[in-house]
Design a protein around this ligand. Structure first.
Ligand SMILES: Cc1ncc(C[n+]2csc(CCOP(=O)(O)OP(=O)(O)O)c2C)c(N)n1
Length: 320
């Protein structure tokens, strides 16, 4: 990978880290009203996967997709506004962090674990029928891979060679359930065998590895050569949700060990080794932080979603 591309990915990961930190603080201040699931430590996945999609490609996310959205090109303002219940949010502030759509960016997220997997096959089928070169990317966790929907969706996508890239974001836990206690095979990519797909597992904290694996899968899908399943191995550094009593299922030592494999630190050290100046990276980061604060101030001025907006999407009129 050339340094310019890697710099762009680094930039994106730094943005996602600060964006997610800001969301966490906003949640603690009760300014994010919806559910919110931290993304710290998984930035190489969002940056390495979602940022490669074009606007007319579809991205199907889950309950932890605020960073996937920004990586695909949704603005921080529109995403933050959504999470803070403002009319200028991607779904008018009605969806929050877990059930938003951003139609202009072909981005759809829902919080029913695994439900996006067969939907992705359906979208892929439509793109194939239309003979378009659009692709679908579907993000789900190790927990999502334990659902019936996973097997139904993967089977049809593989059978019909649909242009779908399934990203199994293995962050080691489904809520308080460690992956080793809930999945019968390791690595999880072995499940690809059942559908005659290649078994692909990559280091999800190495953005270059993620990017390269996903680039191959996207080219394959655009060329009409079908579906891929990529397991990206990473770690959820923070709790599943704010207030998660993590000590019931993991030790601080384990978390600290993974912090040493921080994807941003790794990418930074690679860039420095390739001759990029540290002050260039620091300036870039200061600019990101400054713009994020401007975004937050802007969102705080935006009007909240109203009751009338919410019921506009309800089928039965209230008076009946
Ligand atoms: C069908 C369904 N079952 C249970 C839940 C409750 N739930 C929300 S998030 C979650 C864990 C999902 O784990 P994983 O797919 O690994 O994603 P991660 O949270 O690790 O990103 C569960 C069980 C749900 N939302 N949907």
């Amino acid at each position: 990978m050339n340094t310019v591309t890697q710099l762009t990915l680094y930039n994106k990961m730094v943005l996602l880290r600060h964006f997610d930190d800001m969301c966490r603080k906003l949640k603690m201040e009760d300014l994010i009203w919806s559910g919110y699931h931290p993304y710290t430590g998984q930035e190489a996945v969002a940056a390495g996967c979602c940022s490669q999609l074009k606007q007319d490609d579809c991205l199907l996310g889950n309950h932890r997709s605020h960073c996937h959205a920004v990586a695909k090109g949704t603005s921080v303002r529109a995403m933050l506004a959504e999470m803070m219940g403002r009319q200028s949010g991607v779904s008018g502030g009605l969806g929050g962090a877990m059930q938003f759509i951003h139609a202009e960016n072909n981005l759809f997220c829902g919080s029913i674990v695994g439900s996006n997997i067969p939907l992705a096959a359906g979208m892929g089928m439509a793109f194939k029928d239309q003979q378009s070169h659009r692709v679908v990317m579907c993000m789900f966790g190790d927990g999502g891979s334990n659902t019936g929907s996973f097997h139904e969706g993967l089977n049809l996508a593989a059978l019909w060679k649909l242009p779908v890239i399934y990203i199994l974001e293995n962050n080691q836990f489904a809520e308080a359930m460690p992956v080793a206690e809930s999945v019968a095979c390791s690595p999880l990519s072995k499940r690809a065998r059942s559908y005659d797909l290649e078994e692909i597992t990559v280091d999800g904290n190495d953005v270059v590895a993620v990017y390269n694996a996903v680039a191959r899968a996207i080219s394959k899908a655009r060329a009409g050569e079908g579906t891929s399943l990529i397991e990206v191995l990473t770690y959820r550094i923070r709790g599943h949700y704010m207030g998660d009593p993590e000590e019931t299922y993991r030790t601080k030592e384990e978390v600290d060990k993974w912090k040493e494999k921080d994807p941003i630190k790794l990418c930074r050290s690679q860039l420095l080794a390739n001759g990029v100046a540290a002050n260039e990276l620091d300036e870039m980061e200061s600019m990101i932080v400054k713009e994020l604060h401007e975004d937050k101030s802007w969102v705080l001025q935006q009007p909240f979603a109203t009751f009338e907006q919410a019921v506009r999407h309800v089928w039965i009129p209230l008076e009946q």
